[in-house]
Design a protein around this ligand. Structure first.
Ligand SMILES: [Zn+2]
Length: 235
């Protein structure tokens, strides 16, 4: 099995992202990030392409803060990450026409399909018209799904082979979420209106996302999603 680490920025403040970036540098571990907005932490990762594969995380849902339509959203995000090759849409929003447009913007790898803990996941190519195609790499696990289980993080069974892309959110790593309780308080107070000290009051202490993330750092392969896609093309 191959475990890959990915993150959806989801508008997390830099004080939530910076400790993760520091961990990844200290472990010399590659990861793939899907960014929603610009920040010094995002620029720091863009400046280290040998360690951080920075892709985009477009929000195509109504009332998106990234733009009024698909092209404005794509242009906005690609102005932050001009060389982005990887995409995961916010809330996994997708349809064929949208994916063709994403490919037309030069994106090559899409990770917007969630296959909850399914075995034997592998990358595959999809053609959307005669010229546009994407390599699709579904993700295997996300804490956002884990936290909805009756007993989150209890006795996970990850046997079997296949690609296991983990999709973390910096806010849940920061909060060590083992329920949505702390996150809901933070959302109510305003994620970007709360300073680090205030956010720390919402941290949960049981076995939660932070502990699982620390475990993931130990078992992850030192590869990005783009590297996995390129390996497939070479084989
Ligand atoms: Zn998202």
């Amino acid at each position: 099995m191959t475990v890959l680490i990915s993150f959806d920025q989801d508008w997390a403040p830099d004080y939530m992202m910076t400790p993760i970036i520091d961990d990844l540098i200290r472990c010399n571990l590659k990861s793939t990030w899907f960014v929603t907005n610009d920040s010094p932490a995002v620029q720091r990762m863009i400046d280290m392409p040998y360690l951080f594969e920075v892709g985009i995380h477009p929000n195509f849902l109504p009332d998106s803060t990234q733009g009024r339509d698909m092209s404005e959203i794509m242009n906005n995000l690609l102005s932050i990450v001009p060389n982005a090759k990887c995409v995961r849409t916010h809330r996994a929003y997708q349809h064929h026409t949208l994916l063709a447009i994403i490919a037309d913007y030069g994106l090559e790898v899409d990770s917007s399909i969630y296959l909850g803990e399914m075995q034997h996941i592998r990358p595959f190519d999809v053609w959307y018209d005669d010229i546009h195609h994407l390599t699709r790499i579904p993700y295997f696990w996300s804490e956002e799904s884990e936290l909805h289980k009756p007993r989150p993080f209890f006795n996970p069974d990850w046997g079997g082979c296949g690609l296991k892309v983990l999709a973390f959110h910096p806010v849940h790593v920061f909060l060590n979420s083992c329920t949505f309780r702390g996150y809901r308080v933070l959302r109510r107070n305003g994620l970007n209106r709360t300073d680090e000290l205030g956010a720390r009051e919402c941290i949960e202490s049981w076995f939660g996302t932070r502990r699982f993330y620390e475990h993931a750092l130990e078992i992850a392969a030192n590869k990005t999603l783009l590297e996995i896609a390129l390996e497939k093309k070479d084989s």
